[in-house]
Design a protein around this ligand. Structure first.
Ligand SMILES: O=C(O)CCC(=O)C(=O)O
Ligand SMILES: [Mn+2]
Length: 205
């Protein structure tokens, strides 16, 4: 379903179906994962993330016992991250502009893979140098519930069902917003099988 933009909160905009069709995005993700495999990262407090991750673009987000950071090389293979596909770049730039953030030049794309049961706790994207750049977040495959908490992680979240091709853009006053994803339910989707993917575009440096 494609409709006009919807405001989830001030400067948090949902674009339903804006990334459709998503089959080419899944093909690109599979090519990225062939070189930089999905992995379950360690958290600084000794846990392991339920969401599997990889990256493309000049910088990749990484987490381990030392903390969160961006790395220019994949710590798993010591190779540079796969290049950001032009399709990804066009999508991120176009949606950022529609969300009110013209001139977005992402240099990092975190690729998240959710299997049923995977979730992402309330957090904010805060490892980027210049917080004037927005975040562009693309949902692919199985539906999920995206939670927008806002200024603190204790706030009662606004829950939004995000489906294949939906895009959320946030920035400006909302850039520091806490958000998360509820535990993924079982399902089967024509483009992704029993999985949900998410692309999170950022300007890291
Ligand atoms: O999977 C999502 O929709 C959100 C992912 C996210 O917030 C992140 O990777 O920082
Ligand atoms: Mn996030």
């Amino acid at each position: 379903m494609t409709t006009g933009p919807t405001a989830i909160a001030a400067e948090v905009t949902l674009f339903r179906g804006a990334a459709a069709p998503t089959a080419p995005l899944v093909a690109a993700i599979e090519a990225i994962a062939a070189r930089a495999p999905f992995r379950h990262l360690a958290t600084p407090n000794g846990g392991t993330m339920s969401v599997a991750m990889t990256n493309c673009g000049p910088w990749g987000w990484h987490s381990d016992a030392r903390g969160y950071r961006y790395a220019e090389r994949d710590p798993l293979t010591d190779a540079p991250w796969p290049a950001m596909p032009p399709l990804f770049m066009r999508l991120a730039q176009g949606l950022a502009e529609r969300g009110g953030f013209a001139g977005f030049e992402p240099d990092a794309c975190l690729v998240n893979r959710y299997a049923p049961g995977a979730r992402m706790g309330a957090h904010r994207d805060w490892d980027e140098l210049d917080k004037r750049h927005p975040i562009v977040s693309v949902s692919i495959g199985l539906p999920a519930v995206f939670l927008w908490h806002g200024a603190t992680r204790r706030e009662r979240p606004i829950a939004t069902l995000v489906e294949d091709g939906d895009v959320i853009v946030w920035g400006g006053r909302a850039r520091a917003g806490f958000h998360g994803v509820r535990k993924l339910a079982d399902g089967l989707h024509p483009v992704s099988g029993a999985l949900r993917y998410n692309l999170t575009f950022r300007r890291a440096k």
